[in-house]
Unconditional design. Structure first.
Length: 315
C-alpha cells in the first residue's frame, strides 16, 4: 500500500530532520515535520517532501540547467513509472484542509484514505490503511483542531497521522511545489477527458525559483506557479490511439489559456486572489511532449517564456 511505503520514508526523514535544517514536532500525538515554518528548512527536506507527496513512487532530484532558458541555474527533475498513482492519487493538492482556526492545501497518499475527491473516485484511487502520510502547504503548523479534523476525515486515531508542513515561501516548500510538473500535466489531461490510465511513464523538469520574502504568500505562490506555467517541460509515454493524443496536445500547455503571458501574481491580483476565477486551462506546464508507444509517434506543444520568468524571479 502506498501509505505504508511512505510512512517508512516519513519516519526516516523524521529521525534526521534536525540535520537537514527542519524540526520534529508532536501535535496531539501526530508526528509533524516542520520544513520551513519555524525554521529555514532546506533543499534536502524539499526533495523529501516531494517524495512523500508522490507516495515514494518517483525519483526527485535537483539538476543544473541553462540560465539563458530557465533564468535560474537549477531545476527540479521528476521521473515516475507510476504516474497515475504518484501524481493524481498522491501528489495533487486536492484536499483543502479546514478547521475553525486553520487552513492548508493537503497533498500526499492520505488523500486516498479520505477518498472524497472526484478525481480519486473517478479513477478508483482509494486506500483503507493506517498510518497515513500527508503534506500541507501552509505558513503555520496545524492546530490541534486541524490535526483532529484530518484524523477524523481519514477515519483514524490522531496517533496514526504523519504530517509534513512547508510554506510556499520556504526553500523546501518551493522544491515540493515545483516538483509537480508531471502532476499538472496529468490533471490537465484528466480534465480534458483524456484517459490518464494509458500514461505509462513520465518525466518533468521545472526551474527552482528563488523563494519569495518570508510572509509574502502571494509572491511565493506566484513564483512557483510561474516556474510551472512558463518553464516546466513534461514528457509522457502513453499507450493510446493517435487520434486521442492529437485531439488534446495543443490544449495541454499553459499557453492554451487566455490568462497566459503575465506573471501569475499579477493574474491572481486581477481576480482578487480567488483561484477559482483564474482560467483553469492556465494551470499546466509550459511545454508538453507525448510519445505514443502504440504508434511510435511523438507530439510536442507549448513554449518557454524566459521573459516572464525573469520578471517573476528577479523583480
Amino acid at each position: 500500500m502506498t501509505n505504508s511505503i511512505t510512512c517508512n520514508r516519513f519516519d526516516e526523514l523524521f529521525q534526521r530532520i534536525a540535520s537537514l535544517g527542519g524540526r520534529a514536532e508532536q501535535i496531539e500525538g501526530a508526528k509533524v515535520i516542520d520544513a520551513g515554518v519555524a525554521c529555514h528548512g532546506g533543499l534536502g527536506i524539499g526533495i523529501g517532501l516531494a517524495d512523500l507527496c508522490m507516495g515514494g513512487l518517483s525519483s526527485v532530484q535537483l539538476v543544473p540547467v541553462d540560465r539563458s532558458e530557465f533564468v535560474v541555474g537549477q531545476a527540479v527533475f521528476v521521473q515516475t513509472d507510476q504516474p497515475l498513482l504518484a501524481c493524481l492519487g498522491c501528489q495533487y493538492a486536492g484536499w483543502p484542509v479546514k478547521a475553525d482556526d486553520y487552513f492548508a492545501m493537503g497533498s500526499g497518499p492520505m488523500r486516498m484514505v479520505r477518498g472524497r475527491e472526484a478525481v480519486l473516485t473517478d479513477l478508483d484511487l482509494l486506500e483503507a490503511v493506517q498510518p497515513v502520510v500527508g503534506v500541507l502547504e501552509s505558513e503555520t503548523l496545524p492546530t490541534n483542531a486541524a490535526v483532529k479534523s484530518i484524523a477524523e476525515d481519514c477515519g483514524l486515531e490522531v496517533g496514526q497521522l504523519r504530517i509534513a508542513v512547508a510554506p510556499s515561501t520556504s526553500v523546501a516548500g518551493s522544491v515540493q511545489v515545483v516538483a509537480r510538473s508531471v502532476e499538472t500535466a496529468m490533471h490537465k489531461l484528466h480534465e480534458l477527458k483524456f484517459d490518464v490510465k494509458t500514461i505509462v511513464s513520465a518525466t518533468g523538469l521545472a526551474p527552482l525559483p528563488p523563494p519569495a520574502k518570508r510572509g509574502d504568500v502571494v509572491g511565493g505562490i506566484g513564483r512557483t506557479n510561474d516556474a510551472m506555467l512558463y518553464g516546466a517541460n513534461v514528457s509522457l509515454w502513453v499507450d493510446h490511439d493517435d487520434d486521442a493524443v492529437a485531439d488534446v496536445i495543443e490544449k495541454v500547455p499553459s499557453c492554451s489559456s487566455t490568462d497566459h503571458g503575465r506573471p501569475f501574481a499579477k493574474v491572481f491580483k486581477d481576480y482578487q486572489y480567488d483561484f477559482y476565477r483564474v482560467d483553469p486551462l492556465l494551470f499546466s506546464p509550459a511545454v508538453v511532449t507525448i510519445h505514443n508507444l502504440r504508434s511510435g509517434r511523438t507530439w510536442t506543444a507549448g513554449r518557454f517564456e524566459a521573459k516572464v520568468l525573469r520578471e517573476s524571479f528577479l523583480t
